[in-house]
Write a protein that binds this ligand. Structure first.
Ligand code: GLA
Length: 357
């Protein structure tokens, strides 16, 4: 059985999926493919490290990429959908640690292939849930549900407005191109920053509730009111979550009417909020975003978990190739290396693959 799933870029709506807010991601044209055959025990090989690795879904997590596979097996087992053993081969073009969610692409593709091996077909929502449980409950990354959801549900030519509090989704047309510029700075989601921000959001929510706010989740806090009663760093986190929530809904509306300039303006605002209020950017990303703005891009921002990874640029398609070259040159003058850049359209989500030939 073979299946594949895409990496994703989040257009806007950063660090709100674990706060009950809306997100607006789309799938990129780089994917992870998983081929699964029945086997005794579990083993996997990947194009990344060219060794065949045995792993034991009943054993402790080992801190490597096969943990995601073990997590998927466990999540499928709970549903009675996992094969007793499997041999897996993985090939991927999604950059690891680049903020494009290579882990969700792997988990979703593996879930699809392993379920198919037992003769089971999961719906997109089930697939997303299995992959999220694998990553969150089993591997122990305290991620939200955005990445698995877009990897499972993406449609070509569409961005997905996903309201994380209600689970309501809306496919919105995105026929243009996006440019992705890699800062070259690598983060690991399991490292401190992400979990620390989550804890700060939980703390802020508890304090606000204690002060009499009836909030189902932090994203429900009104964007126009700075929470003066909170310690300054928590007030800034809340300001980001509240304003990002309204920016994301505004961006979805603008996208619905094909107004990409407004989407771009909101992306710049999102980046500044991420940089100053959420303190989840990095210098290289700030430099890229500022240069993109000076060069006339409609919008740019750091996408994904933050502290490194990829800057997404939205620009007029005719002028974009020149603009990206200038952007790379400006970056290279400061950092002495040319950042990798590539263009993508909104791509499709997880699917079964038939062998060719
Ligand atoms: C990572 C997580 C997502 C989301 C983003 C930040 O990609 O996996 O759930 O929280 O960071 O928006």
């Amino acid at each position: 059985m073979a299946a594949s799933a895409p990496g994703r870029v989040n257009l806007i709506g950063e660090h709100v999926d674990y706060n009950g807010g809306p997100v607006l991601p789309m799938a990129v044209a780089r994917r992870t493919a998983v081929v699964a055959g029945l086997g005794h025990g579990f083993q996997a090989a990947s194009t990344r490290d060219d060794v065949v690795d045995r792993f034991d879904p009943d054993g402790p997590m080992r801190g490597g990429w096969t943990d995601f596979l073990a997590g998927v097996v466990r999540a499928l087992r709970r549903r009675g959908l996992a094969p007793a053993g499997a041999a897996l081969a993985v090939a991927s073009t999604v950059p690891v640690g680049g903020g494009l969610s290579s882990s969700a692409a792997l988990a979703v593709a593996a879930a699809r292939a392993l379920a198919a091996l037992g003769g089971h077909a999961l719906t997109g929502a089930e697939l997303a849930r299995v992959a999220w449980e694998a990553e969150h409950d089993e591997v122990g990354v305290r991620c939200g549900t955005m990445d698995q959801t877009i990897a499972a549900l993406a449609q070509p030519g569409k961005a997905l407005l996903y309201e994380t509090a209600t689970g309501v989704t809306r496919q919105l047309p995105f026929r243009g191109k996006l440019w992705l510029v890699d800062t070259g700075v690598r983060h690991r989601l399991a490292d401190g920053g992400y979990n620390q921000r989550r804890a700060e959001c939980d703390e802020a929510l508890a304090l606000l509730r204690g002060a009499g706010w009836e909030l189902p989740h932090l994203a429900a806090y009104p964007p126009a009111r700075l929470p003066a009663s909170l310690p300054p760093h928590l007030a800034r986190r809340v300001a980001h979550v509240a304003t990002e929530t309204s920016r994301t809904r505004a961006a979805a509306e603008a996208l619905g009417r094909g107004d990409l300039r407004t989407v771009g303006k909101l992306m710049y605002e999102s980046h500044r909020s991420l940089q100053h209020d959420y303190a989840a950017s990095c210098e290289e990303a700030d430099v890229l975003v500022e240069s993109a703005e000076r060069l006339g891009a409609w919008g740019a921002r750091l996408t994904g978990a933050g502290w490194g990874g990829t800057v997404v640029v939205l620009a007029d398609e005719r002028s974009a190739p020149r603009l990206i070259l200038d952007l790379q040159a400006q970056f290279a003058r400061i950092y002495g290396r040319v950042p990798e850049a590539w263009a993508t359209r909104a791509s499709g989500g997880a699917k079964r693959e038939a062998a060719r030939g």
